[in-house]
Design a protein around this ligand. Structure first.
Ligand code: CUA
Length: 157
């Protein structure tokens, strides 16, 4: 097979750019110890109902003004049914899935967690305004995906 000289130059240029690009991305990611934004925790999806804190989904007080919300996502809803916290609280959401990929996206906040079976996704949020916050699933998960939602009640104490 015969390559034209310009073709060879372009091939070498293309391969070198690819190597440089992948090295920059690779060194950046490994060198700075990048991790998925929701954390690296894992869980056996078949043992969710026996694994704390998901054996008792709900909101727990950690200390003054800080709460942990353990939430299990499934087709097509979330456990617990009710999530209620006082205004001003910092809530550490820990979410996992029993079946397929879902999301836990709180409207009008920057909480938009991907919920993957086998993984525990963690994200903190401080609720500074009272109200009823709508939570929806952003990942297509089946025929009733559009019905998958819940609310977080942020109340004045
Ligand atoms: Cu769960 Cu879409």
């Amino acid at each position: 097979m015969h390559f034209h000289k310009y073709e060879k130059i372009w091939l070498v240029f293309g391969i070198c750019s690819l190597i440089i690009f992948l090295s920059v991305v690779g060194v950046g990611a490994f060198g700075h110890d990048h991790q998925p934004s929701g954390g690296m925790d894992t869980i056996d999806p078949e043992k969710i109902s026996e694994t704390p804190p998901f054996d008792q989904p709900g909101v727990r007080k950690l200390d003054d003004g800080t709460y942990e919300a353990a939430i299990v996502a499934m087709a097509f809803g979330y456990e617990p049914k009710e999530i209620k916290v006082p205004v001003g609280s910092k809530v550490v959401f820990k979410v996992t899935s029993k079946d397929v990929i879902h999301s836990f996206s709180i409207i009008d906040t920057n909480v938009n967690m991907m919920v993957v079976p086998g993984h525990i996704t963690t994200k903190e949020h401080t609720f500074t305004e009272p109200g009823s916050y709508l939570v929806i699933c952003n990942e297509y998960c089946g025929t009733a995906h559009h019905l998958m939602s819940t609310t977080i009640e942020v109340v004045n104490e």
